[in-house]
Structure formats: structure tokens, C-alpha cells
Design a protein around this ligand. Structure first.
Ligand code: ARG
Length: 464
């Protein structure tokens, strides 16, 4: 919060005092202090750029760089140092600190620069490093899934559609399904990163800086691929935030679906898996309860990730060119989404490492529910019955089996043959779970060998 007495960067034109509530309303320091390191890095690069443009001499540059290095150390020791200073935003704080250390020289750094190109630059630098961190976390989560699959290499679970038992699948196949989603999430972040990684600095307030800075060199000093190509766009473009938030929102959806699967699987009704105490909590009232709070919160975080993207899109919609203060509202959703995506991704990995699968229960469930009915239909197809007809025959057989309270494979042969005389003794082998799986020996299918190959490939890719 502002102390109300600070002279703002733009104080010259003003005679009257700011209303205290306006100061509080307007100030972004309480959240944009997170850009401290990036603001220092941007300032270092800008100092070098205006030295090359002849605005500073070598001695002045050296002095400014020394002061900025000092600030960087301070920032490392205490990233929250700017808080409580009463400055308007992080850019003002850094400038004030520089002036404290170098006097009038510090006042030269902002030559040719605007907070509009500065904040866009800082936010791109921040987003870039956060994307890198999320990508590393996504890889680690994929490793947790692969490791769970490796611990239960031959485990079979029921596969569902409509949450009704459909066909048996390998647990590893289920794990690898989530690996695929996370791979795409990783890829989407990589794609977003390409458009994050361009340098708006040198765009000035909106029209381009009036100083002959070498923008290509400036961009490369900050690790950007290239400078932006239009100054109006550069200071008002927040697509890179929207794209990053979209990628995080979809990651959130994937994590939420993973969590939902696992929440269902650890109910007493399913009993497929057990979470260790490390990631569960109890009830204050019911002593017997062990709740999957970790998973529920992972599912819950998805809401704010989707919300963050919406917040930004609605904020940007209808803004005239170029910079408008509305755009200050880009930061909190981005900061919040990044922080909570990081937590959720990491938490999901920890939960998976604390998950025990009850292979006997999943096998029993996979055997039940008539999940081999398709295989009986395929059995008849192999004996010349057109699929649509065999589907109908098996439907009737299933209805009969349900009435008899037995699985298909426990119906005696003469009963089965009342549905089709083509059914012979070898039908029982065809109805076994191993046969159901081994038929799906196809790229992308749940056949044991296919899954083991896929698992091997994933483990290799992830350096396991
Ligand atoms: N705190 C501002 C933001 O986050 C910095 C840019 C302010 N620029 C301006 N012309 N008022 O967007």
C-alpha cells in the first residue's frame, strides 16, 4: 500500500495530491514486486543499449551496472524487499533505488524507455522462465505416471465408457493416456514460449523510442529471439499471456480428470487404489474417514486456471490501442495461475508416488461387467457372422447371463450354443481376459506387448 507521500515518477505535471484510495487502487507494487529480477535484467540491457546509442558514457554505464548488480543481490536475498516501500510499481521502486545509489545518473536510465515497453518486457521475461519451470514439472509428472505403470506392469483394470465397465485395459495404458495429455501440454507451452520470446523494449510508450538503440542486440542481450516488429502492437500485446494461460487451463483440465479418476478409484465402492496417509486427510467428526483431499484440490485448482484465462480475455476485449491501464490487470491472473499450476502439477506427482494399486481388486473388476462381450462378438465374426448380427446375438446372450447371475464365460456350452450354433469349446479361451488383451496388440492399443513397448518408449524419452 502507498504511503501517500511518495513523489510518483510522473509527478511533475501534477500539483494536487492523489486521493489515498486512488493510490491504493492504482498501485501495482503489492503484486508486481514479483517482477523485480526481470526489471533489473531489463534495466541492465537497456543501460547497455543506450550506452551503444551514445546516451551514456562508459563510466556512467559502469556505475549504473554496479548499482543494478547491487540491487540484484538484494533481490536475491529478499525478493519481497520492495513491499511496503509505498512505491507505485516495481519499475518505480527500481528507479528510486538506482537514484539513491547513483544520484542524478540514475535519472538518466529511463531515457527513451517507457514503463509500457518496460512492463511488457519484464512480463515476457517472467513468463518465459515460468514456462520453463512448468515444463520441467510436467516432465516430472510424466515420470511419476511411468513409474506407477512400471511398478504395476501387468496390472489389468476395467476400462470405462460412460463410467460403465467397457473393456479391460492395462493399468499402464491408463497411465500412458495421461502421459499423452501432459506431453501435449508441454508442447503447447513450448509453442506459447516461441511467441513469448520476442522483445518489446525499444517500443517506447507506443511509437518507438526516439534513440537509435540496436534493438536486435538488445533483444539478444535478454535472450529473446528477436525484437517485436510494431511498437503499437508491442506495448498492447498480451496474447502471450492469454496463450500461456490457455495452455495452463488445459493442463488444469487434464489434472482434474486424472484426479477425478483416482478419486473414484479410491472410493470403498471401487477400492482399486489406496492413497498413503501422506496425501490424505481425515474428518474432524467421523473417525473412520480418510479423504483424498490432495486429489480434490488438484481438481479444484482447475477452476481458477480456467478463470484466469477468462479474466484476461475479458479484460483485453474492447481495449483501444495501445497501452491502457486495464492491462495492469493481466498480472494477478497470470501470477496466480502459474503458482497454482505449479502446485497442482507437483502435487499430482507426489500423489502418484503415494498410490498403491490393489491388483487383485482391479483384475476382478476387469473380469466382471461383461467386458468381454465385444470379444464374443468378434469370435462370431471370425466364424463368418456379420458384426451387426453378432452384436445382436451377444446382446441377447448377455441379457441371459445377467438373468442367470453369471459372467459369459461361466455359461455352459449348450446354453451359449442356443444363441449361435457356431459357438464351440474354444470360446472359453476367447473370453479369457488374456485373450481380450492380446487381441489388441496394435500400435496405440492395450495389448500387453503394445503397452510394454509404449511404456519402454516413454521411459526412454523421459530419461528413466
Ligand atoms: N504498473 C503498470 C502495469 O503493470 C506499468 C505500466 C504503467 N504505464 C503507464 N503508462 N501508466 O501495467
Amino acid at each position: 500500500m502507498s504511503d501517500g507521500g511518495k513523489q510518483a515518477l510522473w509527478g511533475g505535471r501534477f500539483k494536487g495530491q492523489s486521493d489515498p484510495l486512488f493510490r491504493r487502487f492504482n498501485d501495482s507494487l503489492p503484486f508486481d514486486y514479483r517482477l523485480l529480477m526481470e526489471d533489473i535484467a531489463g534495466s541492465i540491457a537497456w543501460a547497455k543499449a543506450i550506452r551503444r546509442a551514445g546516451v551514456l558514457d562508459d563510466a556512467e554505464l559502469a556505475q549504473l551496472l554496479a548499482a543494478l548488480a547491487e540491487l540484484a543481490i538484494l533481490a536475491q536475498q529478499n525478493p519481497a524487499a520492495p513491499l511496503g516501500s509505498g512505491e507505485e510499481d516495481i519499475h518505480s521502486w527500481v528507479e528510486t533505488q538506482l537514484i539513491k545509489r547513483t544520484g542524478n545518473l540514475g535519472k538518466k536510465l529511463h531515457t527513451g524507455r517507457s514503463r509500457n515497453d518496460q512492463v511488457a518486457t519484464d512480463l515476457r521475461l517472467w513468463t518465459r522462465s515460468q514456462i520453463d519451470a512448468r515444463q520441467a514439472e510436467l516432465l516430472d509428472l510424466q515420470r511419476s505416471l511411468v513409474e506407477l505403470a512400471q511398478r504395476h506392469k501387468d496390472c489389468i483394470i476395467p476400462g470405462y465408457t460412460h463410467l460403465q465397465r467397457a473393456q479391460p485395459v492395462m493399468l499402464a495404458h491408463w497411465c500412458l493416456a495421461y502421459v499423452e495429455m501432459l506431453r501435449r501440454d508441454h508442447d503447447r507451452l513450448a509453442d506459447a514460449r516461441r511467441r513469448v520470446n520476442v522483445c518489446p523494449l525499444g517500443s517506447g510508450a507506443l511509437a518507438g523510442t526516439a534513440y537509435q538503440v540496436d534493438r536486435t542486440m538488445l533483444a539478444s542481450d535478454l535472450g529473446f529471439d528477436r525484437p517485436t516488429d510494431n511498437s503499437l502492437d508491442a506495448v498492447s500485446d498480451r496474447d502471450f499471456v492469454a496463450e500461456t494461460l490457455a495452455a495452463l487451463a488445459l493442463t488444469g483440465v487434464h489434472l482434474s480428470r486424472l484426479a477425478e479418476d483416482m478419486i473414484i478409484y479410491c472410493t470403498q465402492e471401487f477400492g482399486f487404489l489406496e492413497l498413503s496417509d501422506a496425501v490424505s486427510s481425515g474428518s474432524s467428526l467421523m473417525p473412520q474417514k480418510k479423504n483424498p483431499d490432495s486429489l480434490e484440490l488438484i481438481r479444484g485448482k482447475c477452476g481458477r486456471l480456467i478463470g484466469a484465462q477468462n479474466t484476461l480475455l475479458v479484460t483485453l476485449k474492447g481495449l483501444p490501442l495501445a497501452y491502457n491501464k486495464d492491462m495492469q490487470e493481466d498480472k494477478e491472473p497470470l501470477f496466480d495461475a502459474m503458482e497454482n499450476a505449479a502446485l497442482a502439477i507437483r502435487m499430482a506427482g507426489i500423489v502418484l508416488r503415494n498410490t498403491r494399486i490393489r491388483e487383485d481388486v482391479t483384475l476382478k473388476a476387469a473380469r466382471g461387467g461383461y467386458s468381454n462381450a465385444t470379444d464374443l462378438a468378434d469370435y462370431l465374426v471370425a466364424r463368418g457372422v456379420p458384426f451387426r448380427e453378432s452384436h445382436d446375438i451377444v446382446g441377447k446372450a448377455v441379457r441371459h447371463a445377467i438373468a442367470a447371475g453369471k459372467p459369459l464365460e461361466e455359461l455352459p456350452l449348450d446354453e451359449l450354443r442356443t444363441f449361435s450354433p457356431l459357438i464351440a469349446d474354444d470360446v472359453y479361451a476367447a473370453l479369457s481376459i488374456d485373450s481380450c488383451l492380446s487381441k489388441r496388440q496394435i500400435h496405440g492399443g492395450t495389448g500387453r506387448a503394445s503397452v510394454h513397448n509404449a511404456l519402454h518408449a516413454a521411459a526412454n524419452r523421459l530419461g528413466l
